[in-house]
Design a binder for this molecule. Structure first.
Ligand SMILES: [Cu+2]
Length: 368
């Protein structure tokens, strides 16, 4: 069911949606920060003012559109970025660095929700991806929304779980001939495919419970749009089907074709419709649906996609660091603007797209 949330000014947050099916606690679909901390009339006024200010003040747009939360993260659009750190490929991390990263990820399960749900900060991410970010897919907002979403995750690891490193990425172009053989699936990394013996009833989406590695048996709460407690599930497709269905999205010539695209929307579409879906196609289980941030490996996949955008931008930085084209979220016949605001449901302050274009500045402050 499509979400009524817009990807920029969250006017439709004012509508009280109904929740579908399933047992409690249900995700109250649009319980964003607006409904958490303000009386009912004020958001409309505040958003109208924000919208006006966004148009008038441009660079303040991200600030004006922020929606206070009960536990606002420290993200600030006014911060300086002096020396953006470099995100690294997973296999270039030392064993100790990998352990630190994995411990921080597990720590998120022990921290409180920022979106007012009866679950952990870890669960906020698949929840927000599904109930807030769903409609950014297949629009121009796909890349900037996900760029900030993974940055919010990185900051949560750093600020709430004491992680001293940066978000790693998984360069699956190194593994395209056999994705299941990638070192990211080693027991010392993210564990492998699900274990079919014995079969478990708590699995999802053609997967089985992952029983090796640090995330073996990881308890998860959501599957698609329903509260569905289950174990971290994966179910690698058989090799012949991987070769015929998934690998065509990951081949070197496909990657070259993506990189060759001349404008932002063509690039974004080539990436989203190609390599972006090639990986979940192999892994299935949690990874291959809207609650995919359940799988701790998903973040490294999206860091790689973000890295490819970063690389594409830096071929012609004077043009591409501000090039933003394509269909808007609410009305796909409309074009987008750098002043559009991306919403995160209270997980972090909402932010204007223009704040997200250059990864080496402001609230982002990283490079590859
Ligand atoms: Cu997504």
């Amino acid at each position: 069911m499509p979400l009524p949330l817009k990807g920029y000014l969250p006017l439709s947050n004012l509508a009280q949606p109904s929740c579908s099916s399933s047992s409690s606690p249900q995700p109250s679909r649009l319980s964003t920060s607006l409904s958490l901390s303000r009386p009912p009339i004020l958001p409309a006024l505040s958003i109208a003012v924000s919208a006006t200010l966004c148009i008038l003040l441009g660079f303040l747009c991200g600030l004006q559109s922020q929606t206070p939360t009960t536990a606002a993260p420290s993200t600030s659009n006014t911060q300086w970025c002096v020396h953006p750190p470099t995100r690294r490929e997973w296999r270039s991390l030392s064993a100790l660095e990998r352990e630190d990263y994995i411990s921080a990820v597990k720590c998120l399960k022990t921290r409180s929700s920022r979106v007012g749900q009866p679950h952990s900060l870890y669960d906020d991410f698949p929840w927000v991806h599904t109930f807030v970010g769903d409609n950014t897919h297949d629009t121009a907002a796909f890349l900037p929304w996900h760029r900030y979403f993974i940055r919010i995750y990185e900051r949560a690891l750093q600020e709430q779980c004491g992680y001293n490193g940066h978000l790693p990425y998984w360069d699956w172009t190194l593994d395209w001939l056999s994705i299941p053989s990638s070192p990211v699936f080693a027991p010392s990394s993210f564990g492998s495919t699900g274990n079919t013996t014995p079969p478990t009833p708590l699995t999802v989406n053609f997967g089985s419970c992952v029983t090796d590695g640090p995330f073996a048996g990881l308890p998860l709460l959501y599957y698609r749009e329903a509260y569905t407690p289950h174990c971290l599930s994966r179910g690698f497709l058989p090799p012949d089907l991987i070769a015929s269905i998934c690998t065509p999205n990951l081949r070197p010539e496909v990657m070259s074709d993506v990189a060759r695209q001349g404008d932002f929307w063509a690039f974004s579409q080539a990436l989203e419709e190609g390599p972006h879906i090639g990986i979940p196609c192999v892994i299935r289980g949690d990874f291959a649906n809207m609650t995919a941030p359940n799988d701790p490996l998903w973040w490294l996949h999206h860091a790689q996609l973000d890295r490819l955008w970063w690389q594409w931008q830096h071929v012609y930085p004077e043009d591409r660091l501000s090039q933003y084209l394509g269909p808007a979220i609410e009305d796909r016949t409309q074009n987008v603007s750098l002043f559009d605001v991306l919403v995160f449901g209270g997980l972090a302050p909402d932010v204007a797209v223009r704040e997200i274009m250059d990864a080496e500045t402001g609230v982002l402050c990283y490079r590859y």
